[in-house]
Design a protein around this ligand. Structure first.
Ligand code: PGA
Length: 223
């Protein structure tokens, strides 16, 4: 099983997002090999748009066998927290949620304690968390099953982390055998094959190269 997760961050208007979906799903529908793999659940493609675009894209996403992820979840449960988006708000809309991205840790001060709350609330509301970390000192909450290693220096820089380092990082984590381990950081259509050929690496979290439907498709189609 390989995961391909598109993290759109704050990019894209609704119109741009719809155009992306049409173009990407057009490519997929023309690719029988990939369609078969999606149907057999050998490949999971998860698109993570900004919050307001989740629901408008849901129909097109799900009818094409893709999955929907949110990029964040409040560490508060439902209640008087103006501007927050709770797990309950996302329930039934998103399937996955990104938790602990280095940008959230850095710009929004998300501590290990906050991230554990986010993991628990994700699971409470039926969202599968994708837990990101950029170094081995960041604790992994027990319930986190999908782990994405994203070294901060590799994010958006073109300086992807060599495969050997990703593999030795994984070893140092001592993950459960059921854990799903992803890599993220400047993955593109030229370097993706090196990671995909490793059974120890279960896929990618991709931002820059996911913004263009053709680049993202070119990565997914390497599987
Ligand atoms: P990048 O970002 O693919 O642009 O390096 C990855 C991420 O931030 O998840």
């Amino acid at each position: 099983m390989k995961y391909f997760i598109a993290n759109w961050k704050t990019y894209k208007s609704l119109g741009e997002a719809e155009t992306w979906i049409d173009s990407f799903t057009g490519k997929i529908r023309a690719d029988q090999k990939l369609l078969d793999r999606l149907n057999r659940d050998e490949v999971k493609i998860i698109v993570c748009p900004p919050f307001p675009l989740l629901y408008p894209l849901k129909k097109k996403i799900t009818e094409n066998n893709l999955l929907l992820g949110a990029q964040n979840i409040s560490h508060f449960d439902e209640g008087p927290y103006t501007g927050e988006v709770s797990g309950k708000n996302l329930q039934g809309i998103a399937d996955y949620v990104i938790v602990g991205h280095s940008e959230r840790r850095r710009y929004f001060g998300e501590s290990d304690e906050i991230l554990t709350k986010k993991i628990n609330l994700s699971l409470k509301y039926g969202l599968q968390p994708i837990f990101c970390l950029d170094n081995a000192n960041q604790p992994i909450p027990n319930e986190a099953k999908i782990i994405a290693y994203e070294p901060a220096k590799a994010i958006g820089t073109g300086d992807n982390e060599p495969v050997e380092n990703v593999l030795s990082f994984k070893k140092s984590l001592d993950l459960k055998s059921t854990a799903i381990f992803l890599y993220g950081g400047s993955v593109n259509e030229n370097n993706a094959r090196d990671y995909l050929s490793q059974p120890e690496i279960n896929g990618f979290l991709i931002s820059t190269a996911s913004l263009d439907p053709l680049s993202f498709y070119n990565i997914v189609s390497l599987v």
